[in-house]
Design a protein around this ligand. Structure first.
Ligand SMILES: [Zn+2]
Length: 140
């Protein structure tokens, strides 16, 4: 999919929120989500020992609070200039259930790409090649 001007603006919005609000270990990621009519909702994650909340989850809660019922595109960026971050497995499921047609912008900062949720590359934690070998494991 091709990046639109509105996609670039959404990445800039998420980056601006990350730069402004992600200045502690408690907030490390920022999400910006655009509605079909062009409204932008932004949110940051909450890191906490109890599990905290991903920025996508906070953004969906914020959207609901504001009466938003449709999201078109979502992007998450890391703090301190880190790259775009794909949603975790739980957030992918949440987005799939709530907004199955949403596009997610992923990729390196110099070549971001909007993709349908179903086309996102597998999350590293889902890839068996990324699981470390465990000595003594029975392989089950
Ligand atoms: Zn998540």
């Amino acid at each position: 999919m091709t990046m639109r001007d509105t996609d670039r603006a959404l990445v800039q919005a998420a980056s601006a929120v990350a730069k402004l609000r992600c200045r502690s270990a408690m907030h490390t990621l920022a999400t910006a989500a655009r509605t079909p009519d062009g409204r932008v909702i932004s949110a940051v994650n909450v890191v906490h020992a109890t599990g905290g909340a991903c920025p996508e989850t906070v953004a969906l809660g914020t959207a609901a609070t504001q009466g938003v019922t449709e999201l078109e595109t979502v992007v998450t960026v890391g703090d301190r200039g880190r790259s775009l971050v794909a949603p975790c497995d739980a957030c992918r499921q949440l987005l799939t259930d709530r907004f199955p047609a949403v596009r997610v912008i992923v990729g390196p900062p110099d070549a971001p790409t909007p993709l349908p949720l179903t086309d996102l590359p597998r999350h590293p934690t889902q890839d068996p090649d990324n699981f470390p070998d465990v000595a003594g494991s029975d392989g089950a």
